[in-house]
Ligand binder design. Structure first.
Ligand code: BG6
Length: 293
């Protein structure tokens, strides 16, 4: 398929009906639906589907910089670039192919990218959908330069929720976090589970590899599994910040929550020839499956 700007999109669909849509603009997953056709990722009604900026929603990829602490544009350039289909990707572990439909994408730096970030890399992204509808993203970044480089990374995942006040995250309690609303000062999480009543913009450090996002009203739980990505970003802009964002409706913060598997506090360093892999797996289960709900 193509979007309104003629940019290719790849649709993944499994027999039971779950589907995902991936745009070559940014290698961004822009839709993920369960077998009943319900959308699981948030997309703003004011989203702008036009390069060079990433559209507000789905799963933009932040690389080689997360946020604006660094010399690059906010969240790096990968999400703003046009990726290509990788027809001949190096093999992954056979279990990564089992019963899944997938697409492989590739990003290489342009001349322009090398001016602002002078490091040659190959970024391979596989997006796959399992027969049960689980969505997996595998990023492989290889240093093909003659010198080492470092980067930070995030799968900036906009989950669709019924009402932010009814949502809680489990798995981040007692962790240290850097608060983006206080110049990345370090604090320790005190609550039992994380709930929302104002703007939140935090980087939880060395988080467990499984995090649950419980949506009480929809009676469903997102399970986020990650590998190679120690940190977890939690972001909701709340009312005031939403009003200052042109591509987000004033009330839409209630229907979204970003929970990103990320590597931020300790950037990843690759020597020449080395490769890094970062995985994200998303699934949805009815809340009744969770022991304490
Ligand atoms: C979050 C950051 O991950 O992304 C926030 O922690 C930022 O600080 C938000 O505002 C959205 O960024 P952008 O560039 O997509 O508007």
């Amino acid at each position: 398929a193509k979007d309104w700007n003629g940019i290719d999109q790849v649709i993944l669909r499994v027999p039971r009906g779950a589907s995902a849509r991936v745009s070559l603009h940014g290698g961004q997953v822009i839709s993920w639906r369960n077998e009943r056709g319900e959308e699981l990722l948030f997309t703003s009604s004011k989203a702008i589907f036009k390069p060079p900026k990433a559209m507000r929603g789905g799963i933009p990829i932040c690389f080689p910089q997360f946020g604006n602490c660094g010399s690059l544009e906010q969240h790096g350039f990968a999400r703003n670039k046009i990726w290509s289909i990788d027809n001949d990707p190096p093999p992954l572990h056979p279990s990564d192919n089992d019963g899944k439909v997938f697409v492989d994408l590739l990003l290489r730096p342009t001349e322009e990218d090398l001016k602002c970030w002078p490091h040659c890399f190959e970024f391979r992204l596989r997006v796959s959908l399992a027969m049960n509808g689980d969505l997996t993203m595998i990023s492989r970044i290889r240093n093909i330069d003659a010198k080492p480089f470092s980067f930070s990374y995030a799968y900036h995942t906009y989950l669709s929720v019924s009402d932010i006040s009814e949502v809680r995250i489990e798995g981040l309690e007692t962790l240290d976090y850097l608060d983006n609303l206080c110049n990345r000062q370090r604090f320790t999480e005190q609550g039992d589970a994380i709930t929302f009543e104002s703007e939140v913009d935090r980087i939880y450090l060395s988080a467990p590899n499984i995090i649950a996002v419980l949506d009480h009203e929809k009676k469903r739980t997102f399970v986020i599994r990650k590998e190679g990505l120690p940190d977890v970003v939690v972001w909701n802009p709340w009312e005031k910040k939403s009003k200052s964002m042109a591509d987000l409706g004033d009330e839409e913060y209630k229907q979204m929550l970003c929970v990103d598997a990320a590597a931020i506090e300790r950037p990843i360093t690759l020597k020449p020839g080395e490769e890094w892999t970062g995985r994200l797996e998303l699934s949805v289960v009815p809340s009744s499956y969770c022991s304490d709900d």
